[in-house]
Every structure is written in structure tokens, then in C-alpha cells.
Design a protein around this ligand. Sequence first.
Ligand code: ADP
Ligand code: MG
Length: 613
Amino acid sequence: MIDIIQLLPDAIANQIAAGEVVQRPASALKELLENAVDAGATQVQVVVKDAGKQLIQVIDNGKGMSATDARMSFERHATSKIRTSQDLFAIRTFGFRGEALASIAAVAQVELKTRQTDAELGTLIQIEGSDVKRQEPIAAPVGTSVSMKNLFFNVPARRNFLKSNPVEMRHIVEEFQRVALSYPEVAFSLFQQDLEVFSLSSGKLSQRIVGLFGKNYQGQLVPCDEETPHLNVKGYIGKPESAKKTRGEQFFFVNNRFIKSTYLHHAVSSAFDGLIASDQHPFYVLFLDIDPAHIDINVHPTKTEIKFEDERTVYAVIRSAVKQALGAHHVTPSLDFSLDVNFQENWTNNPETKVQVDREYSYKTFNTPEFKQSSVSGWERLFEGNPNPVPSSLPDPDEDQEILTFPSRASADEPRFAIPRQDEESAGTTFQVELSYVVAQMSTGLLIIDQQSSHERILYERYSRQIQSAQGASQQCLFPPTVQLNTGDFALVMDMLPELQSLGFVVEEFGKDTVLIQGVPADVPVKNEKELFEGLIEQFKNFKNQLSLDKRENLARSLSRRSSIKKGQKLNPQEMETLVGQLFACQNPNYSPAGNKTFVKLDLSSIHSFFGK
Ligand code: ADP
Ligand code: MG
């Protein structure tokens, strides 16, 4: 018998390994960029020709390599980054496998030039298909330059499988963006066929985002910052209005390494629930910092997947961090400018604007005691047209459940919010257009409010709270109607009983597939309880088919959709004021639960500009 098993020659082993590491020009770029950053570079330049098929060159000013290391770097499993298996659990560098250069050199023509700071001469190595063609000392700047030419020159099958230049270039830009985002303190540039595509100076993350994605993002970033014993979350999310239909501007980094995770993406997008349409994706760049001992990054050779020891906690922390950022910044355009230090220039120059910004931020003072005292329950006024405050007809809502309206004039001697009602003169300046929009005056211009979307927002937040806290009050039906349902709907209603109850519905089973409506939410104006109930179920089913909402979310949305003021409904001045006041007391006043804008602001400066002033 003869033995037939042999060790593969290095060149072939490398070529096989390269299949995993280098799938396309962009994957080689990623490795080269990461090596540059790992080497402590502060400036990295990338040159690309023919979408990387002809050339990818990465030039850094990092620590460089000695002649021996330069040669070693092309050996498989040769790395300076880990030494023991223990190190595997404390990885803070990008690389650690020691496979990249060996793989790239197996499937391309590579030229390396490198010099260490204190060395007089540098080293040049040329290597093709794992075959060292040349090694000699040369004069070179400090740092390392690696150029990879004619990728897959020796594997024609794979070269033929490369995609068109635009597609390959898109992958290259993607990899470039990821590394550039995770190291805003490093200056990066990217040239394609001698044209500069990006030139990013070293700076803050917010500047880097704007440098990569455009000036449009300047006013659109909301800082996100949450520290917990388990992990920290930092970065930026885009305001809801910057959300896009196409994906591609969502970035998670774990210990500075880009990762993809649909699970964690869901944590962010669910925090945007009710702020953007369901087919839109929010922008985010979030950095998670977590003890390397609690993650395993060794799951996949291209390393964009990651395993967390406790994925659910990570999910919860991210979701709450994003929610908090959205809430804390009210996602209101004029507010963030005063808070986002990176973009203050345009705003702080103008003392007028600054004052207004601060005042607008004091929406929160709605909760001050004297304000509560004087506030009436706007809800009754809004629907019954009852001019007298009747707060006692409602159960005492807890602190943040207070139904907020404008203060009465008596308490308004100190301006508390952006829609001034300081004096009699401004009374009556709120009016309706097309029975659909409410126009309100404020000191810096006009607010135009979509009455239906705004009211849906107000109700949605209220109902969500009621479902959470089970504190919805009931009004008893004088003549409790019965509602006959089909079997499916009956089961649905039975399943929702606790939630319906927490909103204030009192529903009882009443024979086969039939329910008796004893009570409905106290604050819903009802002419016909049966119609309200049937309409709610209909809406619930509708949303259920279109969107994947959880039961409570769906119910809050359905009821707010059903019971909101509609277009075409006439509002009296008090109702309009109440609507405006309640909208701006919302956590997220800018959008309806379905993601439609609730208001636009027409600044005085824009009005002036209409007249060329
Ligand atoms: P890894 O990054 O996983 O260690 P690589 O094959 O990418 O493996 O690189 C092998 C080694 O070559 C690295 O560990 C590092 O010591 C060295 N090296 C690679 N690129 C550079 C560079 N741009 N500057 C300095 N050293 C480098
Ligand atoms: Mg590497």
C-alpha cells in the first residue's frame, strides 16, 4: 500500500485560504486599511484603479516594519498581534489571524515598501502568487505602502466572477466608510483613477459623518450616549426625517470593529417606532464598548458577525439608549442645534436665535406646579366645547400623565414655550386653513400644524401610557350595546381583553361570538359605542396585515387613528390652542405614529427671504 496524503505546498494552501479572506477587491482593501490603523497610522491614503481590479494601494504613516518582519508578514499565521490563546479573548486590534497579507499575496501581485522611524533605509518586497520576486533595501518614507495589483491574475475563474466596476466600487466605498467611521481621529483619503473621492481630516465623529455622507447630515444628528456596567453605547442617530427607504447607512461597531446584526438593528428601528414609516430606515452610527471577554469575534472569517454572551441585554441597552436620545432631544429641529456642540457655529452667532432656542427647550417646564394648577383638562374643552375646567371628572393621572394644555393667562406672565400667549394682543391669532391645518403664531415665525396627524400623535402617546400603566378611565355606556363578531374577531378581542381594559373599555363575553360593551374610554367622544368598537377592531386588523406591530402598539395606534380629529373638522380657537399645546407636550411631537410630519415651522427669516429681505 502506498500512502497518498501529502501536505499542500504553501502557495496552494495560501490560495485556498485566500478564497475566504479575499473575495473581491474591497475585502483586500479592508485588510490593508485595518493593518494601517493597527500600525498606529494617523494618515492613510488609498488609491484605487479600475474599481480595485487593477490596483489598490494603501499608504500609511504608521510604525512600519523591519526587513525581517516585512518578509515574515507574508507568511501564513504570522502576526505580531497575538501570542497566546489567552490573547484571543482580549482582542483590541483589527487583525489577529495573520492571514491577510499571505492571502493577498497568493492571488495578486503585491509590492510592499516599509520603513520604521529609526531605520535609515526601508525595505521593498515584490511578491506574486506567493512567490517572492524581489527584496531589497530602499529609501522610503516612514510607514508602509502596500499595493495590490491585478487581483486574481492567477485565478482567472475568480477574476471573471468579479462584478462590474460600479458594483465593486460600491463595495470599496463601503469598506472605506466603515474604517473611516471607526477612526475619526485618523485622516483618510480615497482616490479613484487620480480623482479624489474623499478627503477626511482628523476630527470628531460628527465631522467624519458629515465628511462621508454629506452636509445634509449637519442638522440631522442626535447624539446617543449610554453607559451601563455591562456595556457603553455612543454615537449618533439620524433624526426621523433623515430616514431613507434604502438601507446602507446603518453602522454598528463593537469595540471599534464593524459588525452586522439584524437583531441589534431591530433594537434601533423599534426605538424609532411611531416616528418613521415602516418602510424607512433610520441613520445610525453606534459604537458599543464591551469587555472583549464577553464577546466572540471569531465566528466568521470576514468577521462582520459577532457573538455576545448576553445578546438580550445588549439589545435592551441599545434600544433604551436610542429612545432616550430621541426623547431627550425632542427631535425638534431648533432644539438640537443648541445641544449638538458640533454644529453650533451658525446658531450661537445670533443671540436672538439662541434665546429662542433656550426658551423652546423649556417645554419641559409644563410640569411645574403652578402650571398644573392653572391647567385645565384640554380634552373636554377640545371635544365638548366646555369652557369650564372639569379636571375632577377624570381620575387623578400620575405626574407625567398630566394632560397638558396652555397655562391660563394668569400664569403666563413668564413665557414658557415657543408659542407666546403673553398678552391679549396675540389672542385669536391661531386659525384654521382648509379645515385641515392650524396656523399658530410664534415670536420667530409661524407654525403650521396638521390637525389630524398631530392629534393622532397626542392620543397615541396617551393611549400607549394608559396601556402600560393600565390607568385608562372608563365612561359607562347608558345603553350597553352588544356586538356580534365573527369567530376570528371574537378570538382576537378575547386575546386583547387586558389591553382593552387598560384603555378604559369594559367588554364582556355575551354568548357565542358576542360581546357586551359596558364602558368605553372616558376621554373618547362617543356618539356610538358600537361603531367605535367595531371601527377599532377593523383598524387593528388592518394594521396587523400591513405592519408587524406588537399588540399594544397596534392597539394604541388603532384607537388614536379612530378617535382623532379628522381633516375637515372645524375647531374653535380654544380647541386649536389646546391642540398646539398638547402636541408640544408630547415626547415626540414631530411625527404622527405612522411617520407623517405633524407640523412645519416657517421662520421669520424664511418669510423675509420671500420678499428678498
Ligand atoms: P494580522 O493583521 O492578522 O496580524 P496580516 O497578514 O494582516 O495579519 O499582517 C501580518 C503582520 O504584518 C501584522 O501582524 C503586522 O505586524 C504586520 N503589518 C501588516 N501591515 C502592516 C502595516 N501597514 N504597518 C505595519 N505593520 C504591518
Ligand atoms: Mg491584518
